[in-house]
Design a protein around this ligand. Sequence first.
Ligand code: NAP
Length: 279
Amino acid sequence: MKKLFAVIGDPIAHSMSPSMHNDLFYYYGIDAHYHALHVKRGDLKRAVDGLRAINISGFNVTVPHKIEILSLLDRVDPLAKAIGAVNTVVNEDGQLVGYNTDGEGSVKGIMNKIPDLHNQNILIIGAGGAAKAIYFTLSSIGVKNIDVTNRTREKAEALVAECPYKVNSQIWTRNDVEERLGEYDIIVQTTSIGMEPDIECQPISLHNLKENSFVSDIIYNPLETKLLRFAKEKGAHTQNGIDMFVLQGALSFKKWTGIFPDQTRMEKMVLKQLGGQEC
Ligand code: NAP
C-alpha cells in the first residue's frame, strides 16, 4: 500500500516540502506520497489523533506546532527534547517518535563548507526557535566558543542557560557585538530580519567583519539578504538558508526511508519553486 507522509502547519499552502519529498519518492522508486495539511492552532491534538488512526508513516511539523507536538508523541529524541521542538515525526512500529533535524541541517550545511568546527569562534544572531536548535546542536558536537546577540537579552540568557551541553558563551548587546565582530570566524544569522518584504533590513552592521570569515543566513527568501550582500563585499564567504532547508529535509527523508537523498537534486527543486538562480 502507498505510504503517506505529510507536513502540518499554519500557514502551509506555500510549503516547498511536498514537491521536494514527492520528487525524492519518485526518484528513488518509493511508493509514497507527501501532502501539506493545514492544521490550525488549537486543532493539533485532533490532527495527531487522526494521523495515528490512519497509521501515517511520518510527518514534518512546522510553525506554530513545533513545541506543542512534544506532549502528543510517544517518544522524543534527547536532542529534540533538550531543544524543546520537534520538526520530524517517524512512525516506528505504531509509536510516534519526534526528532529535530533543523539544528543538524544547519550545522551540516556549515560543515559542508568548514569541516572542522572545533576551533571556531562562532556568533549566533537571534535567540528564537531556530537559534536554539543550532546553538544546542553546535554545543553537542563541541566547539570552542558560541556567543549570542539578540534584541531581547533575556531570551538569549535563557537559551544559554537551558543548553545541556556545556560550551563557552557570552551574551552581547548589538553595539558590543558590532565592535567585536572581527573576533568571529563564523556568524550564523537566525532572526527573521531581512526576509521578504523587509529586504532592506539588517540585524547588525558588519563594518568590523573579518575578511575570510564565514557568514550563514538561514533566511532563503530572498536568496541573498542584505546582510549576505554586505558580507560578500567585505570578503567573507557566505551561505543562504537553502542549505539548511534542504538538509533538514534530507535528514527527515533519511529517518523515514533509510536513504540520505541527493542534496543537489533537492536544491534544484527548491530553487525552481522559489523562482531563483542556482547558488
Ligand atoms: P522565532 O522563534 O520567532 O525567533 C525570531 C527571532 O528573530 C528572535 O531572535 C527575535 O528576537 C528576532 N526578531 C524578530 N523580529 C525582530 C526585529 N524586528 N528586530 C530584532 N530581532 C527580531 O523564529 P524562528 O523559528 O527561530 O525563525 C527565524 C527565521 O529563521 C525565520 O526567518 C525563518 O523563516 C527562518 N528559518 C529558516 C529555516 C531554514 O530551513 N532555512 C528553518 C527555520 C527557520 P526577540 O527574541 O527579541 O523577539
